[in-house]
Each structure stands twice: as C-alpha cells, then as structure tokens.
Ligand binder design. Structure first.
Ligand SMILES: [Zn+2]
Length: 133
C-alpha cells in the first residue's frame, strides 16, 4: 500500500463533495435500471461524467480550489443536513418527548411524554396552549 500513499501524496483526496457526488452516482445508477430509450443514454452519460468528476477531484493537486468547492457544497447543503439531524434526534427522543408547534409563531417545542394534559408556554413568543403530552 506504500505505492498508494506515494501516489496520493499532495493530492486532494475524498471530501464531503466527493461523497455527495458518489451518492448522486449511486442514485443515478439505480434510476438507470428502470429507464429505456434516449433518456437511458443521457443518464448513463451523466453517471459516467459524475464518476470521472469525482475521481478527478480526488486526484487533483490544486488543493485550494478543491477546498473552496467543498466549502461551497457544505454551505449549500447545510439546511438539508440540519433537517436530517433534527429528524434523527426526534427519532431518538420519540419515546421520552413529544414535539408540538406553537400555534402563534410555529416554533417547534419539545415536551416530556406521559405527563397528561399540560399547559405549554412557548419560550419564543410566550404564548400558552394546552396539549396532551
Ligand atoms: Zn410561539
């Protein structure tokens, strides 16, 4: 494996954008299985282009430019990543907490489960409402 270390020395290597491109590659490869006709060829070419682009980025020696591209990608994906993290924590807490939206300001509120009917006070707008927790 020393030859690989020597080969990769000074090269950019994998990053979040590479992983994103790989996921897109997998999705398009899967979609490609169900498509026929000219659309198949277009998606096939796109899939190959994405694979080549991903490899080219990993083996690139222009680290500053690849780093800038990756930063733009990470910034653009932040809302999606935040939504995914929120879903994950909601799933983890599903047995101990309930989530409600404030009827006035629509803020998401987390309250402990199994307390019966409770009065929830929104910390954002101070609105109070009654729910079963
Ligand atoms: Zn509120």
């Amino acid at each position: 494996m020393e030859w690989l270390q020597k080969f990769m020395y000074g090269r950019h290597g994998p990053d979040q954008l590479s992983i994103g491109l790989f996921v897109l590659f997998l999705i398009l490869s899967f979609v490609d299985l169900f498509i026929r006709g000219p659309a198949y060829l277009i998606i096939e070419l796109l899939t190959v282009f994405i694979a080549v682009l991903s490899l080219w980025r990993m083996f690139s020696r222009n680290n500053q430019k690849r780093w800038d591209e990756n930063q733009k990608f990470v910034t653009a994906m932040q809302p999606l990543s935040r939504a995914f993290q929120q879903l994950r924590s909601r799933w983890k807490d599903r047995k101990t907490y309930r989530y409600y939206h404030c009827p006035k300001c629509k803020a998401t509120l987390r309250v402990p489960r199994g307390r019966g009917k409770i009065c929830i006070k929104c910390p954002v707008c101070k609105n109070e409402f009654i729910k079963k927790a």
